[in-house]
Write a protein that binds this ligand. Structure first.
Ligand SMILES: Cc1cc2nc3c(=O)[nH]c(=O)nc-3n(C[C@H](O)[C@H](O)[C@H](O)COP(=O)(O)OP(=O)(O)OC[C@H]3O[C@@H](n4cnc5c(N)ncnc54)[C@H](O)[C@@H]3O)c2cc1C
Length: 403
C-alpha cells in the first residue's frame, strides 16, 4: 500500500476508486488486508493535494447521488469536523494541555510508561490491537473501523489517557489531522457527543475482519463516558482575508493546502515566495519520518505546479517567517487558510510580529469552506441536512467553470 505525495498520484487513486464508490455503502466497514473497499484518499485530502470538492464532483459526475450517498456523507464528515473545530478552537488548546499533563504522568509513573510503551509498540497481548499499532507505524494508515476499535480499546480496556492515543495517531497517520483526529477520539470517549461512547465488541471485530481477529474475553464490557467539560460555545469564523492590490506581496505555502489555485489567482506579480517546512517537533514526541516525508513531498509537488516555477524560500519557525517577510520588503503575505492546528499556532505567533512591521497576513479561504464550515453548529445529523445545498452549489460552480 503506497501513498505517493503528489496530486497526480491522488487523482490516480480517485480514478481507481470511482468505479467502486457505488459498492462502498455495503462494504466500507470491512477492515481487510489492503483495504479494497475504501478509498484510502485521506492523505491527499488531508493536505489538499486533492480537495473534497473534487472528490464529490468526480463521483457525482459518474453516479446518481442515491448510489454514492454513503460515500458523499463520509467525505462531508471531514468538512464537518473542520468547521466544528474552527468554531471551537479552545478544544484544540485543551487537548494540547491534556496531552502535556498525560505526558508528565508518563514520565513520573513507570507503570503508566510501561503500559503506554506496550500499546504503542503493539505488545499488549490483544492481537487485533497489536496488529493495528504495527500497521499504523508501518504504513501510516488505518481503516476507519480499526481507528474506532483501537481508540475504544485504548480508552476503555487499557484505560490509557485518550490524549496519548490521539497523539500516537497524529504522529503516525499520513492523514493525521487536528480536527478529524482530536474530535474522533473525543467522540469514542464520550466527550464530543456528551455521554455517548463507542464500545469495541469482539463479535463486531470478528465479523468485520472476516475472522482474522476475535478478542473474545479480552475487551472491556462497558464504556462509561470520560469526564470532561461541556463543549465550549461557538465563536464566529473570521471572514476570509482580502488581497489588497498594489502592495508588495509574498506568497506563503503550507502543507495545509497543497493546491492553492485560489491564492495563485488572487495575487498579481508576487515579489517573494516561501514555504513552511513540516516541523517534526510540534508534538510532545516527534512526528514520524514517514509523515514528515509525505508533507515535504506534498510541498515539493505544490511548488512544482506553481505557475512560472518560482523558487520558494524554506522556513521553519514564526521568527523565520517574519525575517523573510521583512527582508523581502513585503507589505502583505498571502496564504491559503490554515485551519486550527499546529500550523495555525505558528501563524498566530507570527501575526503580532508581522503587525509590528506593518505587514498583513492574509489567509484566503476556499468558497467551499466558507459555505460549509459555519453549518457545523451542532451534531453531524443537522449538518448532513445541508448536503443537498452544498452539492447544488458545487453543481453551479461546475456549470460556470464549463461555460
Ligand atoms: C479515532 C479516530 C481518529 C481519526 N483520525 C483521523 C485523522 O487524523 N485524519 C483523518 O483524515 N481522518 C481521521 N479519522 C477519520 C477516518 O477514519 C479517516 O478519514 C478514514 O479512515 C480515511 O480512510 P479512507 O480515505 O480510506 O476513507 P474512506 O472511507 O474512503 O472515506 C473517504 C474520505 O471521507 C473522509 N472520512 C471518512 N470517514 C471519516 C470520518 N469518520 N471522519 C472524518 N472524515 C472521514 C476522509 O477524508 C476519507 O478520505 C479518524 C477516525 C477516528 C474514529
Amino acid at each position: 500500500m503506497t501513498f505517493t505525495a503528489s496530486r497526480a498520484a491522488g487523482l490516480d487513486r480517485l480514478a481507481d476508486f470511482v468505479p467502486r464508490s457505488g459498492a462502498y455503502a455495503g462494504l466500507r466497514n470491512y477492515d481487510l488486508p489492503d483495504h479494497p473497499h475504501v478509498s484510502r484518499l485521506s492523505p491527499w485530502l488531508r493536505h489538499r493535494l486533492v480537495t473534497e470538492e473534487e472528490v464529490l464532483t468526480t463521483v457525482l459526475d459518474r453516479y446518481a447521488r442515491s448510489t454514492v450517498d454513503k460515500f458523499v456523507q463520509e467525505v462531508v464528515w471531514r468538512t464537518y469536523w473542520k468547521g466544528w473545530l474552527e468554531q471551537r478552537p479552545s478544544v484544540w488548546t485543551k487537548y494540547n494541555a491534556g496531552l502535556r499533563g498525560a505526558w508528565d504522568r508518563v514520565q513520573t509513573s513507570s507503570g503508566l510508561r510501561d503500559e503506554w510503551e506496550a500499546a504503542c509498540r503493539g505488545d499488549t497481548g490483544i492481537a487485533c490491537f497489536d496488529h493495528w499499532a504495527r500497521e499504523l507505524a508501518d504504513t501510516g494508515y488505518l481503516h476507519n473501523h480499526a481507528r474506532m476499535w483501537f481508540a475504544s480499546i485504548w480508552i476503555f480496556t487499557l484505560r490509557l489517557p485518550w490524549e496519548l492515543g490521539a497523539d500516537f495517531f497524529l504522529r503516525h497517520l499520513l492523514d493525521g489531522d487536528p480536527a478529524s483526529n482530536t474530535l474522533g477520539w473525543r467522540w469514542v470517549g464520550g466527550l464530543q457527543t456528551r455521554g455517548k461512547t463507542y464500545l469495541a465488541r469482539a463479535s463486531n471485530i470478528a465479523r468485520y475482519t472476516e475472522g482474522r481477529f476475535n478478542p473474545a474475553g479480552q475487551l472491556a464490557q462497558d464504556a462509561a463516558p470520560l469526564d470532561g467539560p461541556e463543549n465550549p460555545p461557538r465563536q464566529p469564523i473570521a471572514p476570509s482575508g482580502v488581497v489588497r492590490p498594489g502592495l508588495r506581496t509574498g506568497v506563503l505555502l503550507t502543507y495545509e493546502d497543497c493546491t492553492p489555485t485560489h491564492v495563485a489567482e488572487a495575487v498579481t506579480d508576487p515579489a517573494a515566495f516561501a514555504r513552511i517546512e513540516p516541523d517534526s517537533t510540534t508534538a510532545v514526541l516527534h512526528i514520524s519520518p514517514a509523515v514528515q516525508a509525505f508533507r515535504t513531498g506534498a510541498l515539493d509537488d505544490a511548488v512544482s505546479r506553481w505557475p512560472g516555477g518560482p523558487a520558494f524560500s524554506p522556513l521553519v519557525t514564526a521568527a523565520e517567517l517574519v525575517a523573510w517577510a521583512t527582508e523581502s520588503g513585503l507589505r502583505q503575505v498571502v496564504t491559503a487558510t490554515v485551519p486550527v492546528g499546529p500550523m495555525a499556532d505558528l501563524l498566530a505567533e507570527a501575526r503580532p510580529m508581522l503587525d509590528r512591521h506593518d505587514i498583513a497576513l492574509v489567509e484566503l479561504r476556499r468558497d467551499y469552506d466558507s459555505l460549509a464550515w459555519p453549518w457545523a453548529t451542532a451534531g453531524f445529523f443537522k449538518f448532513r441536512e445541508r448536503i443537498p445545498q452544498l452539492l447544488d452549489t458545487l453543481d453551479m460552480r461546475q456549470m460556470s467553470l464549463s461555460l
